[in-house]
Design a protein around this ligand. Structure first.
Ligand SMILES: [Zn+2]
Length: 147
């Protein structure tokens, strides 16, 4: 069963959740029972959730810094979702809306979007700007996956 890690928006606990195929699964937080909103295996993070997830996730976390007004970001979204499903259990794919939460991208000096950055245990391991096709994305991410 494929799984990923999500951070609870209420209590900020990092939870391991199963991704059920073809079903509308609504996993809950193991600590406070808040229902998670995960779109096809990709969680939208707020700044608190971002900090928690990149610090506590046992797996590396990729964050797609995007915004609703950005055409290339929206065009890239389906590729990102497909890749999240394929790499579930190996690396966590999440998103951060830079229009709603500009402070994180300012702090990380993210200039253009989409930008993808990989984090593990609070450290940024790598960053790439611009949309990628699925094979480029997978091969880039594979360098951060422990086999
Ligand atoms: Zn919770």
């Amino acid at each position: 069963m494929a799984f990923t890690y999500v951070v609870c928006t209420q209590c900020l606990a990092v939870n391991r959740v199963q991704l059920e195929k073809g079903e509308k699964a609504s996993p809950r937080c193991g600590r406070c029972s808040t229902v998670f909103t995960i779109h096809d295996g990709v969680q939208e993070l707020n700044p608190d959730g971002f900090q928690q997830l990149i610090e506590k996730s046992p797996l590396p976390v990729v964050v797609d810094f995007w915004a609703p007004w950005c055409g290339p970001c929206r065009a890239f979204a389906p590729t990102y979702v497909k890749t999240a499903k394929k790499l579930a259990g190996k690396i966590v794919l999440a998103k951060l809306n830079t229009q709603n939460f500009p402070e994180i991208s300012t702090r990380l000096s993210i200039r253009g979007i989409p930008t993808l950055a990989v984090f593990h245990r609070k450290k940024e391991l790598g960053r790439k700007s611009g949309a990628m096709d699925q094979s480029m994305l997978e091969s880039w991410l594979s360098t951060y996956i422990k086999s």
